[in-house]
Design a protein around this ligand. Structure first.
Ligand SMILES: [Zn+2]
Length: 331
């Protein structure tokens, strides 16, 4: 199989984890931010998380440097454009990129300016390259919860115009869903689709809660339903898409090694599994690498991959028209 040529869909990719090291250096220069080095390989090393981190917290420190330069509209637009460009160049045909607008207000930008810049980058990339996409708005579970509703209100005008969904991200603690019921309800009423990071760090119950309490249509990771019946059944009964990110899950010790990753097992059991990058830079990966890893490690066939591709299209938050286009690419 030629993994590079396969058509691909990425539904779980963080903007601030997917920045080109060379771009970070250029933007830092433009913005007069001093970096520890101007050598692309040194900066690249600082942006990539070790193959196995102590935990998710250590992995998350790799976002500190990118976020420093992501405080202007120009930087946000450029970085979004480049993420889509990089993905298009390896035959990703549709990608949902997510980010937390409130992490980009340090120099005074407001949410509208921030989201507008990101959507501009997406629009330009769609014009220049053979790729389509949408943006997912994240809130971090560690942020003050009273910031979420005003943020959603400011993002609402972009719904259907580049923005498609709401997500909760960041460190995962047991029972977190109970704190966000009203926020997820509010997002749904505004018209946001819902995807929630859950079951990444040992808590299968969080997956069940995200589906039953927050009405998640998809789950980021969801690994720990493998030993949690309630979470497993909620995914299965609700046909809830699992956004698996194999390399990232090894790095954060969500699984010990790739062979322990339940993605293929879930797929064979009929769960709607999708394969994604999580962070192109921090996880030092591409869709080509992720797809190759899963297919080779778990001995999937090309027809298995086509099923996963179609599941990903089905689970995407794209319009029906774009879904049809994406499906027709396999023919
Ligand atoms: Zn993620």
């Amino acid at each position: 199989m030629n993994y590079f040529d396969l058509k691909k869909i990425d539904l779980h990719c963080h903007l601030d984890g997917s920045l080109r090291p060379a771009t970070l250096i250029e933007l830092a220069k433009l913005q007069h931010i001093e970096l520890p080095s101007e050598d692309v390989s040194v900066i690249g090393e600082m942006m990539i998380a070790p193959e196995t981190c102590n935990d998710l917290q250590q992995y998350l420190t790799r976002f500190d440097l990118p976020l420093q330069v992501m405080q202007t509209e120009h930087a946000l637009e450029r970085i979004t454009y480049e993420v889509y460009q990089d993905a298009a160049q390896e035959n990703v045909k549709y990608m949902e990129v997510r980010f937390a607008p409130l992490l980009h207000t340090q120099l005074g930008l407001n949410v509208e300016q921030i989201v507008s810049a990101v959507v501009k980058g997406l629009d330009q990339a769609q014009q220049d390259h053979d790729i389509q996409g949408n943006i997912i708005i994240c809130a971090l579970r560690t942020m003050p919860t009273d910031t979420i509703i005003p943020m959603l209100d400011q993002c609402q005008p972009f719904l259907g115009k580049g923005v498609c969904a709401f997500d909760l991200a960041g460190a995962e603690f047991a029972g977190f869903c109970h704190d966000f019921i009203s926020h997820a309800d509010y997002a749904r009423k505004l018209g946001f689709n819902i995807t929630i990071h859950a079951g990444e760090q040992g808590e299968g119950q969080n997956v069940e809660d995200a589906i039953r309490l927050l009405h998640a249509q998809r789950i980021g990771h969801g690994i720990f339903i493998h030993n949690h019946k309630g979470g497993y059944n909620a995914v299965k009964d609700g046909n809830v898409g699992l956004e698996t990110c194999p390399s990232s899950n090894v790095q954060t010790k969500a699984v010990k090694q790739l062979k322990d990753h339940p993605a293929a097992q879930f797929y064979r059991q009929g769960l709607p599994v999708t394969i994604n990058t999580d962070n192109r830079t921090v996880s030092n990966t591409t869709m080509t690498k992720e797809v190759q890893k899963v297919i080779e490690h778990f001995e999937l066939t090309e027809s298995d991959y086509h099923k996963i591709y179609l599941q990903s299209v089905e689970q995407s938050f794209a319009s029906d028209e774009i879904k049809q286009q994406l499906k027709s690419l396999l023919k």
